[in-house]
Design a protein around this ligand. Structure first.
Ligand SMILES: C[S@@+](CC[C@H](N)C(=O)[O-])C[C@H]1O[C@@H](n2cnc3c(N)ncnc32)[C@H](O)[C@@H]1O
Length: 234
């Protein structure tokens, strides 16, 4: 996948590009990222990207022109949708992730301050995505959440090909519980079935665990799952 990132803090993305599964995916060339800093498209000497809001009120708003310049440059290099990370957008879902994954190219526009000039959203943004009903200080962390989840969907990005398949939500249920050594810790053992070596029984037990955990923690997911238990993400 090719990512575009529009941000005044591109350095933040080293958390994604330099570590763990996602870092490896970048190193292996399974994905790439181009940065577009709105400051580079600011016309004034101070390279300003924000100004006071019309109508008054606290905080600053990201200005139209620098964002427009960055978006046009991104569209030239990354031929996919421009997604504005916003608490007012549609909530991120596994279905939306799969759609974005199909696109292969996507640019994330990261807001700061009180947000961005609404006219950018109206004219230059293809969609708005929220990572949840709370407000964080900038779109960078939200973009990294989505990029990380997208990278996990790239074939070969995970050490073990099946692990994304078994993740929570991939088949509509939560993941099973996991255990590792030591076999007993603080008086707690490991479910006996996992020590039998009977892979068929273990698989059946894990499926049951997965179902029971979903019932206990996220019962609303089961309604969709029952409609179509074999389809991905339902
Ligand atoms: C402090 S927030 C602005 C929030 C805005 N005043 C509001 O209440 O809708 C600054 C930036 O953080 C990002 N952001 C904040 N919360 C987010 C969320 N839940 N999902 C995605 N992006 C978010 C957006 O890019 C936003 O422009």
């Amino acid at each position: 996948m090719n990512f575009g990132v529009i941000s005044i803090f591109p350095q933040m993305f080293s958390a994604l590009t330099n570590f763990g599964v996602t870092g490896r995916a970048f190193q292996q060339g399974l994905c790439s990222v181009e940065y577009f800093n709105p400051r580079d498209y600011s016309e004034d000497v101070h390279k300003s990207v924000d100004d006071r809001p019309y109508g008054g009120g606290p905080g600053m708003v990201m200005m139209y022109e620098p964002l427009k310049g960055a978006i046009l440059a991104a569209r030239d290099m990354v031929p996919g949708p421009v997604v504005y990370l916003s608490p007012q957008g549609k909530s991120l879902s596994v279905e939306r992730l799969r759609d974005l994954h199909q696109q292969r190219n996507v640019t994330f526009l990261c807001g700061r301050y009180e947000g961005i000039d609404e006219r950018i959203v109206r004219k230059h943004v293809d969609e708005e995505i929220s990572i949840g009903d709370y407000v964080i200080s900038g779109g960078e962390l939200a973009a990294m959440v989505i990029m990380d989840a997208l990278i996990r969907l790239i074939p070969g990005a995970l050490g073990h090909e099946l692990s994304a398949e078994e993740d929570s939500f991939s088949h509509g249920l939560l993941d099973t519980s996991h255990y590792t050594r030591p076999q007993t810790v603080d008086g707690m053992g490991v479910p006996g079935i996992l020590l039998t070596g009977n892979h068929q029984e273990i698989s059946r037990w894990r499926q049951l665990q997965s179902y029971e955990r979903t019932l206990a923690r996220r019962p609303e997911l089961l309604a969709k799952y029952h409609d179509n238990p074999d389809s991905e993400g339902n």
